[in-house]
Design a protein around this ligand. Structure first.
Ligand SMILES: Cc1cc2nc3c(=O)[nH]c(=O)nc-3n(C[C@H](O)[C@H](O)[C@H](O)COP(=O)(O)OP(=O)(O)OC[C@H]3O[C@@H](n4cnc5c(N)ncnc54)[C@H](O)[C@@H]3O)c2cc1C
Length: 542
């Protein structure tokens, strides 16, 4: 996949997508697979914003049952199964325990009823070929059994735990990238580091967008019959700037932070109620990911960051409800913040607001033809949102189009058959690579292509960093996955930066490999290393 700047500047497309998070990526995949001529521009790197900074769950959203959002939960549970099938290397089952305490019989009865409904709504969860992907129904574990599984639950009054199953992504960044690789393979013209600016507005008809190549500063028009805004938490801000007037569509942004700490659980995730909400304790690459908060965010989305105060308050909340966690600031290995783009219902209540996705045709309300917005409610439902969006676009443009097959066709690396067998095979073939299981999850069926970078360059099989990555991934990322900057490689193409700041030595090695590929001089290489520092720093709100 190469940056298609020439094509973007010179061709006319059926569909231009502004924004390369998972929403844009899924729409690009679907539209290109159906035969539309597709363009996509992303102002930073793909899946670098909300699509990376979330809880990494492919889930039904148990708590939405409380608001009786049965349709949303059913849709999410169906989509959970689809992701498990089309990307089995990147989506796997995850057991959850919900602790129950003495005196909490009412909460337990309500939860039990909710989980029974959850089981019923996921009636198709066994419709998968791989037995390892099938999710059992929920069950009750008494205190002894719950503590055997997860000793961290030990607290006065613990009676037991309800166990249920959802799914987790191994790497949301790579899963979104795989959708873009599919779009690219089906003829889409894609580029990262290209920012959408003014929309081309001819008497109320939008005919594309003026864009800026962030790398060179060059500006040019991308022409398309229909433009889809998939800029997530930037959607209303982008539209206002792109049209030089306010639109009918307003968002409220809700900030959620996550903090990575040394492993607190053995295998299971925990969902812990706090009285006013809940938090997750999620196993993550041998560590624990704690998430998340939910606070209204009124500043510039480009400035979202985690503050020391937020870590302190979040740890205090967790220590209160999970006393054995004993979290202190030094335990925070890595942290990140994301913004939920929520439809502004005027309530100001971000926790209670619906996570439903939204497709807006700006012909209604704003009188702008040829302009749609897709606001992704959840990662889990992004494929379905894309299918609805492409159905609407095809109908609007009266284009001939093939049937949607994104629910059946494996993603770029998804054609691995049964995941356990695939990993065993890779282990047998590569006994010299101790982290082959990690690499098998990251690349799936594309693993041989990635490893072929080591042909005649055995030094690229050496480990870099502490997350299981090797040098060949960096060459592959530059040559085949549009990585332009060290941060693209460290934060998204590999897992190097996912477990905390990589060592200076690891950054040195990685940047030297990139420098050789991209012709960087020493000054440029050092500036790429320096640019990574903010990813690992807290920042107090202004
Ligand atoms: C704290 C938190 C936890 C969550 N947990 C989960 C979960 O566990 N499971 C789940 O299913 N969902 C979860 N979600 C929701 C999920 O992450 C989002 O629904 C999804 O990532 C939205 O994707 P998106 O592509 O719409 O937005 P984004 O990923 O934000 O993508 C928008 C993109 O547009 C780009 N852009 C902006 N302006 C421009 C411009 N002018 N030109 C070009 N590009 C531009 C941005 O750089 C960005 O990459 C969570 C969200 C948050 C915040």
């Amino acid at each position: 996949m190469r940056r298609a700047l020439d094509r973007l500047a010179n061709e006319t497309f059926d569909l231009l997508i502004v924004g390369g998070g998972v929403t844009g990526a899924c729409v690009a995949r679907d539209a290109a697979m159906r035969g539309l001529k597709v363009a996509l521009v992303e102002k930073n790197d793909f899946a670098g914003a909300t699509s990376a900074h979330n809880s990494k769950l492919v889930h039904g959203g148990l708590r939405y049952l409380r608001n009786f959002e049965l349709g949303l939960v059913r849709e999410s549970l169906k989509e959970r199964r689809i992701w498990q099938r089309i990307a089995p290397h990147l989506v796997h089952p995850l057991p959850f325990l919900v602790p129950s305490y003495s005196g909490g019989w009412r909460a337990r009865a309500i939860l039990n009823a909710g989980l029974t409904l959850y089981d019923i709504l996921s009636f198709d969860k066994g419709w998968l070929d791989d037995p390892a992907q099938k999710l059992p129904n929920h069950s009750w574990l008494n205190r002894k059994k719950a503590l055997e599984l997860e000793p961290v639950l030990d607290a006065p009054g613990l009676e037991g735990a309800l166990q249920y199953y959802d799914a987790q992504m191994y790497s949301p960044e790579r899963l979104a990238l795989e959708c873009l690789l599919d779009a690219d393979a089906n003829g889409a013209a894609i580029a990262n580091y290209v920012e959408g600016g003014k929309l081309l507005n001819h008497d109320g008809r939008i005919e594309g967008c003026n864009v800026r190549d962030v790398e060179s500063g060059a500006m040019f028009d991308v022409r398309a019959k229909l433009t889809l805004v998939a800029t997530g938490p930037w959607a209303d801000i982008f539209l206002e700037q792109a049209l030089s007037k306010p639109t009918s569509h307003k968002l409220m942004r809700s900030k959620g932070i996550h903090v990575l700490v040394p492993a607190l659980t053995r295998q299971a995730a925990l969902t812990v109620a706090t009285g006013t909400g809940h938090f997750f304790v999620l196993p993550w690459h041998g560590h624990t990911l704690l998430g998340t908060t939910d606070t209204p965010f009124k500043d510039n989305p480009d400035q979202v960051a985690v503050s020391e105060k937020e870590i302190d308050a979040f740890f205090a909340l967790i220590n209160k409800h999970l006393p054995r966690a004993q979290l202190t600031r030094e335990k925070a290995e890595y942290f990140y913040a994301g913004l939920r783009p929520l439809v502004d219902d005027g309530s100001g209540d971000t926790y209670g607001a619906s996570r439903r996705s939204e497709l807006v045709d700006h012909a209604q309300g704003d009188g702008l033809d040829g302009l749609f917005s897709a606001i992704g409610g959840k990662w889990t439902t992004s494929r379905d949102l894309a299918q609805c969006a492409v159905d609407a676009i095809v109908e609007k443009l009266k284009l001939p189009a093939a049937e949607c097959e994104t629910d059946e066709d494996p993603t770029a690396g998804g054609d691995v058959g049964r995941i356990g067998g695939f990993i065993a095979l890779q282990r047998a073939e590569h006994p010299d690579l101790p982290t082959i299981e990690h690499l098998a999850h990251m690349y799936g069926a594309r693993l041989p292509d990635m490893l072929s970078q080591c042909n005649n360059r055995p030094e690229l099989r050496a480990a870099i960093g502490n997350a299981g990555d090797i040098g060949a991934q960096i060459v592959f990322a530059v040559r085949e996955e549009m990585a332009l900057h060290l941060s693209d490689v460290v934060m998204r193409r590999t897992s190097m930066g996912q477990l905390g700041a990589p060592s200076r030595e690891a950054l040195d090695t990685a940047s030297r490999i990139m420098a050789a590929e991209l012709g960087w001089n020493e000054e440029h290489r050092q500036s790429e290393i320096a640019a990574l520092a903010p990813w690992f720093a807290t920042r107090e709100a202004a």
